[in-house]
Design a binder for this molecule. Structure first.
Ligand SMILES: Cc1cc2nc3c(=O)[nH]c(=O)nc-3n(C[C@H](O)[C@H](O)[C@H](O)COP(=O)(O)OP(=O)(O)OC[C@H]3O[C@@H](n4cnc5c(N)ncnc54)[C@H](O)[C@@H]3O)c2cc1C
Length: 226
């Protein structure tokens, strides 16, 4: 368990206390920030009319708050401010291929945030939250693209979830059965790494001739995606 420095240690609550696979847990807030900064999609778990619903959704993190957006008609977003939610961000780094099927696993970095989300109504905070969300996925795009109109803003719900109660788990390295009895089986074992990178840009076929891709997009080609 990585505890981080005292001033950057995540508080442990009854909800965030790691119970299983505790050695993969981390209390380092810098690792939380790095996992959140590396992604832009999370799975938001919320109870809607008594049933659990886990919704893949775009997020933005400013270090203290996680922002989610969607239609004002979105059932999962509308249900969120009234209840406790859980947002999970996952990055898969590789398949851990052991000698035994039992010891197979995944190398990963994941973060879980628990709490109660707040519907953002202040116009300035709403714009700042939407900017954070847009910039998380595509840095440079908020200043490049047209900003939301008042009508578009009215049709958009923005939720803010504080990063006060969060947990981190990370697995790295080789399979766990290299020194056990199964090592004598003579089977190959190791890790099949997974590396996501941004691909070549695909211009909209309706783009008029002469409209070049902006630098902030061209520069991302071939760079790591998480
Ligand atoms: C890609 C991926 C694949 C996985 N596959 C499996 C699998 O097949 N089988 C399996 O048993 N486990 C798997 N895990 C680990 C799994 O996510 C849980 O950590 C583990 O199963 C413990 O679950 P639990 O229900 O006992 O939670 P508990 O240990 O009771 O959870 C307590 C608290 O710990 C924190 N926590 C738990 N898990 C995570 C996490 N992953 N990230 C951040 N915080 C966490 C949360 O705050 C949670 O409320 C996988 C993880 C990832 C990222």
């Amino acid at each position: 368990m990585d505890s981080g420095t005292p001033e950057r240690r995540l508080p442990v609550t009854e909800r965030t206390r790691h119970r299983r696979l505790r050695e993969q847990g981390s209390l380092d807030r810098d690792q939380l920030d790095s996992i959140l900064d590396a992604g832009f999609i999370c799975h938001l778990g919320v109870t809607v009319e008594g049933s659990p619903m886990v919704v893949p959704t775009v997020y933005g993190s400013d270090g203290g708050t996680l922002y989610f957006h969607g239609s004002v008609a979105s059932r999962s977003l509308l249900a969120s401010p009234a209840a406790t939610v859980c947002a999970t961000v996952t990055h898969v780094d590789g398949l851990v291929l052991a000698r035994s099927v039992f010891e197979h696993g995944v190398n990963y970095r994941s973060a879980m945030v628990h709490g109660t989300a707040r519907l953002v109504t202040d116009p300035e905070e709403k714009l700042a939250g939407l900017r954070c969300l847009t910039e998380q996925a595509t840095p440079g795009q908020w200043d490049y693209a047209r900003r939301p109109s008042p009508k578009e803003l009215a049709a958009t719900a923005l939720l803010a979830l504080p990063l006060d109660e969060a947990s981190v788990k990370i697995r790295t390295g080789a399979p766990d059965d290299g020194a056990g009895e199964d090592a004598r089986l003579g089977l190959w074992a190791g890790v099949l790494p997974l590396r996501a990178t941004w691909g070549e840009l695909e211009p909209d076929p309706l783009l008029p001739a002469g409209v070049e891709a902006p630098v902030h997009l061209a520069e991302r080609i071939g760079t790591p995606a998480n």
